[in-house]
Design a protein around this ligand. Structure first.
Ligand code: KPL
Length: 333
């Protein structure tokens, strides 16, 4: 691989907020990148019109990025970055995997936990990497995204087998594009850390319709947040991957609520738009792992059921006010 990696091609699946932002950044920094959409007409429009990024400093960047529909040209990619919603990639990944070269790396930057299970069924575990990012993006419109927050990204092999040199290449390209990125030999503590944050924020905001910062303003919501996060800490400990002090974890979750006080979580945005959510990979994943490991997770199970119910019945937030929610999930157990 050359020093500046000019021959390295990155494919990004998912033209949502994060996918558009990363593709635009990589293209603007001179990397070879293309986006994969599952809708043909939209792919053609994005391909013709390019991507506009509203920068954190108020400026706008407009850049053309090649956009294809489906796995076309995937055999040219050295790395496939998954940035579609978790529930979409579970269905789409086997098809994408068939278009990949045998030596291509798959990097999953999606929220939640559990993706590695279906990724490693479709490609060899040694080709799969996970990552977490603190970059924030909001989709404004088709082809238009606001870069809402800058933060670090960490990537690492799913089971210690993905070649670290390849991951360092990807990290360098992301960093050169303005996405500060590091490589961790053990990615799991990072994945859990992000999961704790999503466990403590996403479902609660989706059910009550509040912004992230408001979770701290309602004692009932803070209480449920604490219980849900502590359950997740118990599951993490039982899974043997990492021991997390619940008070530190909770403080980190509250810190994110403060830092993103005015944001609508991705799950709140999903239920507002009537889209499926990532609940099965967040609170649902905690409840599922808990039941496998014999750890009680009634709060996460109840939140999961409620968010699933909102999607299946097409209900918009707020489903319940903070007090009624506490009544249902805390007093009802
Ligand atoms: O990751 C997020 C999400 O909305 O999915 C947080 C960190 C909660 C920010 O909103």
């Amino acid at each position: 691989m050359m020093g500046d990696h000019t021959d390295y091609t990155i494919a990004i699946a998912g033209p949502g907020a994060m996918g558009m932002l990363l593709a635009a950044r990589l293209a603007a920094s001179g990397s070879r990148v293309f986006l994969i959409d599952h809708r043909d007409v939209r792919a053609r429009r994005l391909n013709d019109r390019g991507i506009k990024v509203e920068e954190p400093d108020g400026g706008t960047t407009h850049i053309k990025v090649p956009v294809v529909c489906g796995p076309t040209g995937l055999d040219e990619a050295d790395c496939l970055v998954l940035l579609m919603k978790s529930w979409q990639s579970q269905a789409a990944f086997p098809m994408l995997a068939r278009g990949l070269r045998r030596d291509a790396l798959v990097l999953c930057l999606q929220n939640g936990m559990g993706h590695h299970l279906y990724l490693c069924r479709a490609v060899a575990p040694g080709k799969v990497a996970l990552g977490v990012t603190s970059q924030g993006a909001t989709r404004l419109d088709e082809g238009r995204v606001r870069h809402a927050g800058v933060g670090p990204t960490v990537i690492g092999p799913v089971d210690g087998r993905a070649p670290l040199a390849r991951l360092h290449t990807v990290a360098r390209l992301l960093s050169r594009a303005g996405w500060e990125c590091g490589v961790a030999r053990d990615i799991w503590p990072h994945v859990w850390k992000k999961l704790f944050i999503n466990v403590g924020i996403n479902a609660l905001t989706a059910i009550t319709g509040v912004k992230n910062g408001e979770l701290l303003a309602f004692p009932e919501l803070s209480e449920i947040q604490e219980l849900a996060v502590k359950e997740a800490c118990n599951v993490a400990e039982a899974s043997g991957i990492h021991r997390h002090a619940p008070e530190d974890v909770l403080e980190a979750v509250r810190q994110v609520c403060r830092a993103t006080a005015g944001n609508r979580s991705s799950m709140l945005q999903d239920v507002m738009a009537g889209r499926p959510t990532e609940i099965d990979y967040i609170n649902g994943a905690v409840a599922k792992m808990g039941s496998r490991l014999g750890v009680a997770t009634p709060i996460n199970a109840a939140l999961t059921e409620m968010v699933r119910g909102m999607t299946t019945r097409g209900l918009s937030p707020p489903l319940l006010a903070p007090r009624a929610l506490k009544q249902k999930v805390v007093c009802g157990i």
